[in-house]
Design a protein around this ligand. Structure first.
Ligand code: SF4
Length: 107
């Protein structure tokens, strides 16, 4: 059974994590200087970045700079399979145009 004090600590931890996550996304987006993106695009990019696992955000922002095709392919594949690296390795869609160049291939 969870005590009220434990719940408060848990709630505070979640709030701090959410705040840290938000700061992390804003910092990443600001540091990237996505000059091509207007306010509407920046809002969409920021929202999308917040929805993905923290471990995928840096690569996604790199892709959104438009200067790394590998990053773009990796970001697309990771999103395609729900952010599971192994699922990209074991992708079952050989007809996909990205299949031959997808990341995390074992051979
Ligand atoms: S290669 Fe596989 S994981 Fe990558 S985009 Fe295509 S279907 Fe998705």
């Amino acid at each position: 059974m969870t005590t009220k004090r434990e719940m408060t600590a848990e709630t505070q931890t979640k709030a701090l994590q959410a705040k840290a996550s938000s700061v992390d996304v804003d910092g990443l987006i600001n540091a990237a200087s996505l000059d091509w993106a207007g306010p509407s695009a920046l809002a969409k990019i920021t929202a999308r970045c917040r929805e993905m696992p923290q471990t995928c955000r840096k690569n996604y922002v790199k892709a959104m700079k438009g200067k790394g095709l590998r990053a773009s392919i990796k970001a697309f594949c990771m999103e395609c399979v729900g952010w599971e690296r192994l699922a990209v390795t074991e992708c079952t869609a050989p007809a996909c145009p990205l299949y031959p160049v997808r990341p995390f291939q074992t051979k």
